[in-house]
Design a protein around this ligand. Structure first.
Ligand SMILES: [Zn+2]
Length: 269
């Protein structure tokens, strides 16, 4: 007998059984509930012996995206690029994704999202707890990176040490900034300041990426001869960079001088 014959006979047998099955299940089952829009809560990859987990700590819709992105192009060019990417021109969806790196010796959290609740919940969805975090690295001090450092008056990560860039710390310490005063200042005594090339832990190295903020740092991950892909490609896309829902999350340095000048001073985001 040919393969086709078998298949055909199978199909015929199934078809014969169908009306009864359909009648039974149709009567017993309600329509599946509508679930609403959803996103992946976390993603985990291996990098050498490291495990790297990005966690979705929150999202936010921001109006008038061209006040933030694509400032050096015309409204028409912005609309055209947005349309090609199937994203709206009147709003941008921001995704706040801190990153956890488990080196095997330490659990390192890069940035803390908008608030303690969202980030703690996201950490738990990825299988960890806030008190397992050994090191918190702050790449830069915008509100969506420092917001989860403190839960009210209490540190969100009770067992962690803290690391940040010295230039970034000094820049914000010199301003009268609410976020810095309530989230960073209470932990300042416990913070280690790094400069270019400074080490967070074995295999995690700071690299200067100034511009988005005065002292923004990104981090190179290296384990067993592997490096984070983004680090190899250039300074724009290493750890510590936002993942906003836009075609160009942040301007490259040369964009700062093109067209409408982008604000280089820290701004809340
Ligand atoms: Zn930022």
């Amino acid at each position: 007998m040919t393969k086709t014959g078998l298949t055909r006979r199978h199909v015929l047998a199934s078809a014969a059984a169908l009306p009864l099955a359909a009648a039974t299940t149709g009567a017993a089952r309600a329509a599946a509930p509508m679930m609403g829009v959803a996103s992946t809560r976390f993603n985990r990859v291996k990098l050498g012996s490291f495990e790297v987990t990005t966690i979705l700590a929150g999202t936010r819709t921001v109006p008038e995206p061209q006040n933030i992105f694509g400032m050096n192009v015309s409204a028409e060019a912005f609309a055209e690029a947005s349309q090609a990417a199937h994203i709206p021109t009147d709003a941008a969806q921001f995704f706040f994704t801190p990153t956890l790196v488990n080196t095997g010796n330490e659990l390192v959290l890069f940035d803390t999202g908008l608030n303690a609740e969202g980030t703690t919940a996201a950490i738990e969805q990825a299988g960890y707890t806030a008190d397992q975090v050994d090191v918190v690295v702050i790449t830069h001090m915008h509100g969506d990176h420092i917001g989860g450092l403190m839960a009210g008056d209490m540190p969100t990560f009770p067992n962690a040490r803290y690391v940040t860039g010295s230039k970034e710390f000094d820049a914000w310490a010199a301003m009268d900034n609410d976020g810095f005063n309530t989230k960073v200042r209470p932990l300042a005594e416990q913070m280690t300041m790094l400069d270019e090339g400074g080490s967070v832990a074995s295999g995690i190295t700071a690299m200067a990426a100034f511009g988005h903020t005065p002292g923004h740092m990104t981090y190179m991950l290296e384990s067993e001869g592997k490096q984070n892909d983004h680090a190899r490609r250039g300074r724009q896309r290493r750890l510590g960079h936002h993942r906003h829902g836009r075609f160009r999350p942040h301007p490259r340095p040369h964009d700062l001088h093109a067209g409408k000048r982008r604000q280089t001073a820290p701004r809340r985001r």
